[in-house]
Unconditional design. Structure first.
Length: 180
């Protein structure tokens, strides 16, 4: 139930979910190599080659700014938070072909600007196309990972299949204790 790899928001979700309360420590962007692997897994190998140690802190700050869209009070606040990221990034759009067709990609000198602009733009497109009410945070506490619900019935509650399974097992144990 992870964000589908061909979903335009998959990269933004991957960046946001590099802080995972279920991990010890929760910081998954532990070093430059972790950031490079994230970028390479998301078809940004050329950007991965440019990442340096100082970029890591800037990318973590971008991640926190992106999270504001999921913690916003309403759609307008989410849009404002994402527009701020896109507006402050020193990255320019260009049209590129990917596996599914043409898309805008943002490119800048600073990897954090490039990451922020691409992630913010994809989330803004998701709001435009499907609405902010599709943005969610995992219901399987203590998990705090996020997702964009692309299901037809709009009932997604968990960030991934492991969290879905964990929540189902916990509910089963609660029912068994209550009935036993």
């Amino acid at each position: 139930m992870f964000q589908a790899p061909d979903d335009p928001v998959a990269f933004a979700i991957a960046v946001l979910n590099t802080w995972d309360e279920l991990e010890d420590p929760p910081e998954l962007l532990r070093d430059v190599e972790a950031l490079r692997r994230l970028l390479a897994r998301n078809d940004l190998a050329a950007l991965a080659d440019r990442v340096r140690a100082p970029d890591l802190a800037r990318v973590r700050r971008v991640r926190e700014r992106l999270r504001r869209a999921f913690e916003a009070r309403d759609e307008a606040d989410a849009v404002n938070a994402l527009n701020e990221i896109l507006g402050s990034a020193k990255a320019r759009p260009r049209l590129v072909r990917n596996r599914t067709g043409w898309k805008f990609e943002y490119v800048g000198r600073d990897p954090a600007d490039t990451i922020g602009a691409n992630a913010a733009a994809s989330l803004l497109e998701a709001i435009r196309d499907d609405g902010w009410d599709r943005f969610g945070t995992c219901d399987a506490a203590p998990c705090c990972c996020v997702y964009v619900d692309r299901s037809k019935n709009r009932r997604r509650r968990y960030c991934s299949q492991p969290c879905t399974d964990r929540a189902a097992h916990a509910a089963f144990r609660r029912r068994r204790r209550a009935g036993g």
